[in-house]
Design a binder for this molecule. Structure first.
Ligand SMILES: [Zn+2]
Ligand SMILES: [Zn+2]
Length: 357
């Protein structure tokens, strides 16, 4: 089969690979029908995750590339002997997190940190992922969701990762409540997911901050009440002006840079929440000398995907309408082009690139 394979920093190849096989009785093999690329896939390509090679070499003595991707929908091709819930031909949404359901962390719904060797976020990371014709999904009974016939599949692929991450790590951890004024720093797919899922809780005002005018225009269209281009304006001063000098109840960091973290820690009011969603590659300056007195809650995390089922229902009922995030469509044979466009997202006005088979 064809697959997009990571070999090392800056080296990905769209090439022929063997079709995956069932390794554990709880596995399923899925034939993919639609996938999307995540910022995390780009991060791996850019060399942010050298542990991929290191762990493979520790375990097997060699590293023979890793198929990227942890988002997608498809059709069940084959199931292991212990799989009860699925059969060949079922249409499914693949969750980016695999959960054994039995370990200490799974019992606490902390699926992001499932302790099984095949648990947590491993697809397209520690095992081969979805940017291929077929993928092996561990713990199929717990980690796949039924794909309803009437759900737009562009929306369904957002349920693998982008929407649950935004909702759980941004909106839920950020304690978003009716009537609040909140701020989202970073209007990429996850920031936009936070903008959409926050509205399920009816905050009064949502401020979105980014450097890209196209993304800010889209944020406005999707429900932001105020947009700030932090490249041209002093974002902190603008937020303070907009909130009569009070700041926001919740600031979501959706980028992962010291500068965006700084904006967040300077705009939260007392008793507020700073929810970090960004994947950080370096330390930030934590102004504890100013913040110690403010009764803040600061949260971080990897998605548990324990609200995927709820978000799926909200999408089916059209209470959550993320369809506009799917800005670009490619055929599977154009995978390399899709990666290039997503890598230069600003230039192409791209939000989520969708790959159809
Ligand atoms: Zn992702
Ligand atoms: Zn587990």
């Amino acid at each position: 089969m064809k697959a997009m394979v990571y070999y090392g920093k800056g080296d990905i190849r769209f090439e022929e690979r063997p079709k995956p096989v069932i390794l554990e009785p709880t596995d399923a093999i899925i034939r993919l029908t639609k996938v999307t690329i995540c910022g995390t896939d780009l991060g791996i390509w850019h060399g942010k995750n050298p542990e991929i090679e290191r762990v493979a070499k520790e375990k097997t003595g060699s590293f023979n590339g890793r198929i990227l991707g942890h988002e997608g929908v498809g059709v069940v091709e084959e199931v292991g002997l212990a799989v009860r819930r699925w059969k060949k031909g079922d249409k499914v949404i693949i969750s980016c997190v695999s959960r054994c359901g039995k370990c200490e962390n799974c019992q606490k719904q902390l699926y992001a940190h499932c302790q099984d060797k095949d648990g947590s976020w491993i697809m397209g990371y520690m095992i081969d992922g979805t940017h291929a014709e077929y993928v092996r999904t561990p713990f199929a009974d717990n980690s796949l969701y039924p794909l309803p016939d009437d759900l737009d599949t562009d929306i369904a692929v957002l349920l693998s990762d982008a929407l649950p991450t935004a909702h759980e790590i941004g909106v839920q951890y950020g304690g978003v409540r009716p009537g609040q004024t909140i701020a989202i720093v970073g209007a990429g797919p996850v920031g936009m997911g936070a903008l959409l899922t926050a509205q399920l809780y009816t905050p009064a005002e949502i401020i979105v901050i980014d450097l890209d005018d196209n993304r800010l225009a889209m944020a406005k269209e999707l429900g932001a009440s105020k947009i700030i281009n932090s490249g041209r304006e002093d974002a902190v001063a603008e937020v303070m002006k907009f909130t009569d000098g009070r700041g926001v109840s919740c600031a979501m960091e959706c980028v992962g840079y010291p500068a965006t973290w700084d904006i967040c820690q300077r705009i939260i009011k007392e008793g507020g929440h700073l929810a970090n969603l960004g994947v950080h590659g370096q330390s930030v300056n934590f102004e504890i000398e100013k913040l110690w007195i403010k009764n803040l809650t600061i949260t971080t995390g990897l998605v548990n995907t324990n609200t995927t089922g709820m978000l799926l229902k909200a999408c089916c009922a059209h209470k959550l309408q993320p369809g506009k995030l799917a800005t670009h469509h490619f055929k599977f044979s154009e995978m390399e082009e899709a990666y290039k466009v997503f890598k230069n997202a600003a230039e192409h006005k791209a939000m989520k690139v969708i790959i159809e088979y």
